[in-house]
Design a protein around this ligand. Structure first.
Ligand SMILES: Cc1cc2nc3c(=O)[nH]c(=O)nc-3n(C[C@H](O)[C@H](O)[C@H](O)COP(=O)(O)OP(=O)(O)OC[C@H]3O[C@@H](n4cnc5c(N)ncnc54)[C@H](O)[C@@H]3O)c2cc1C
Length: 387
């Protein structure tokens, strides 16, 4: 199918990837309408919690490095054009045993793409930062790491999309997507029909509800709790100058941010994945997810902090509950629908998509505009169906 430059595109979901897709499409001259069930920046999907890590040390796969480098460039350009700080370059320190294959993937990704890093032994790591690092552990410090400020990123993408002609419609929940010979049709819960030449589905954790036939049973929604802590006042200056950090701990992948007032004043830390049996780490329904915090959410963090990061011990200030939508391989899905190639899907961002958003927007734009373009093979739908 060829979509002319006059084509209209509907984007279903105005969160991270919907905004970025609308931004890239509108700037390419395409009339875009975004339908979002809630509002601009909300805490019911996958982008809540105010900040997101950006890193080039990519243990999930060296193939992600060029994509994050492209996104880094786009975030910087967006930041300059909008005169707003979007990316805070704190550096990233990753810590773990040298026997950990995921950790070593991270270092290998740096090696294969010339990403600058320092490899530090345990003593030097302890000297620089307040982590209790066992003697046999090592650290990898990448100065290119840092964090993105979610609200300002969203505002800048939306402002530029609107300036380029995009329209955002809030409080509209899409119920289904159908196809006619004239193009795909989007039907909302009020039974209104929205027709377009192409539809981009970026519904995050609701993707399996919007397109139930796509990867049935292969997209898992996981609940994740972000926490903010108040450590001892005399430690705050030191904690405010921390890089973003992550540990490949035998119990799981823990990560955190420097002490800041980004959204909530406190020391933000969380657990990305667990390597223990955790009966609470089960699939959830995004409309029913439990948004309270429970002792079983905090216990692994308290244990981690007591053992590895005692400077962070303190009282819980606040929390947010957020959702991952994971694919079997934890890679993204960016592809055309097999049922209708005019429907483009960008989903399954598996807890690590935010940093890439403007680069994902460009990939989506190319799938809409170039009928012969193919997504990177690692993001093909067939890969997740087969994994
Ligand atoms: C706790 C946590 C920590 C994370 N940390 C990082 C990190 O440090 N670095 C990083 O790069 N990534 C991180 N991520 C991942 C990143 O935030 C997500 O990959 C990204 O936000 C996913 O974007 P999305 O557009 O798919 O989802 P969302 O941003 O949730 O957007 C989906 C949107 O679609 C809307 N929608 C859904 N269904 C409908 C419908 N039927 N009709 C209309 N609208 C609809 C939703 O309301 C929502 O606004 C983290 C995620 C979580 C949960």
């Amino acid at each position: 199918m060829t979509v002319s430059s006059k084509a209209s595109v509907i984007v279903v979901g105005g969160g991270t990837m919907g905004l970025a897709s609308a931004w890239a499409l509108a700037r390419a001259g395409i009339p875009v309408t975004v339908l979002e069930q809630f509002g601009h920046v909300h805490d019911r999907g996958s982008h809540s919690g105010f900040t997101r890590i950006i890193r080039q040390a990519y243990h999930e796969g060296a193939n992600y490095v060029p994509l994050v480098q492209r996104a880094d460039r786009l975030w910087r350009d967006l930041s300059e054009r909008n005169r707003v700080e979007l990316l805070i370059r704190t550096g990233l320190v990753e810590i773990g045993p040298p026997s950990d294959p995921e950790f070593m993937n991270s270092i290998a990704a740096c090696d294969s793409h010339g990403v600058a890093y320092e490899r530090l032994d345990a003593a030097e790591t302890r000297r620089r930062w307040p982590f209790e690092v066992p003697d046999e552990w090592v650290a990898c410090f990448t100065p290119s790491g840092g964090y993105l400020r979610v609200g300002p990123c969203f505002d800048a993408l939306r402002d530029e999309a609107i300036a380029a002609g995009a329209r955002f419609v809030y409080d509209v929940r899409v119920a289904a997507i159908g196809s006619t010979t004239a193009g795909p049709v989007v039907i909302d819960h009020g039974e209104n029909r929205w027709s377009a030449d192409a539809v981009v589905v970026t519904a995050g954790a609701w993707l399996p509800m919007v397109l139930p036939e796509l990867l049935p049973g292969r997209l898992t929604r996981l609940r994740r709790v972000l926490t903010w802590w108040k450590p001892a006042p005399e430690l705050i200056d030191e904690l405010a100058t921390l890089p973003v950090w992550a540990t490949f701990d035998p119990r799981g992948f823990f990560y955190g941010f420097p002490w800041s007032s980004e959204g909530i004043t406190g020391l933000k830390l969380a657990r990305h994945t667990t390597r223990e049996v955790d009966p609470s780490d089960v699939p959830v329904d995004p409309d029913e997810v439990d948004r309270s915090v429970h002792p079983h959410d905090l216990e692994p963090l308290r244990r981690f902090v007591a053992e590895r990061f005692p400077a962070a011990v303190g009282e819980l200030v606040d929390h947010r509950v957020c959702m991952y939508t994971t694919t079997p391989s934890w890679d993204f899905v960016i592809d055309r629908s097999p049922a209708d190639p005019r429907v483009i899907i960008a989903g399954g961002f598996s807890g690590h998509g935010f940093k890439f958003a403007p680069a994902i927007g460009e990939l989506v734009r190319d799938l809409v505009l170039r009928p012969n373009s193919v997504p990177p093979a690692e993001f093909a739908l067939t890969r997740q169906a087969a994994t």
